[in-house]
Design a protein around this ligand. Structure first.
Ligand SMILES: [Zn+2]
Length: 73
């Protein structure tokens, strides 16, 4: 299994593999335990908005109910 990269949004290395494509090796989905960001390794992450520690805290506290399952709440 490939190493899980650091979070592109907050640079935390506290990340994990969330899911893999049904066909192996097409994509992997990663999640950041720190700021709850989710991304796939096929996404272009250049120019992504990074956030500060204060914004992470606010986002985690005000995280809306998930509309597509719910990994976090
Ligand atoms: Zn993060």
């Amino acid at each position: 299994m490939a190493d899980v990269p650091a979070c592109p949004r907050c640079s935390s290395s506290d990340t994990r593999l969330i899911a893999e494509s049904p066909l192996p090796g097409v994509w992997e989905m990663y999640g950041c335990n720190h700021c709850t960001y989710l991304w796939r390794n096929t996404e272009t992450l250049e120019g992504i908005e990074t956030i500060t520690e204060e914004e992470i805290e606010a986002a985690v506290l005000d995280f809306p109910p998930p509309s597509h399952g719910g990994f976090f709440r």
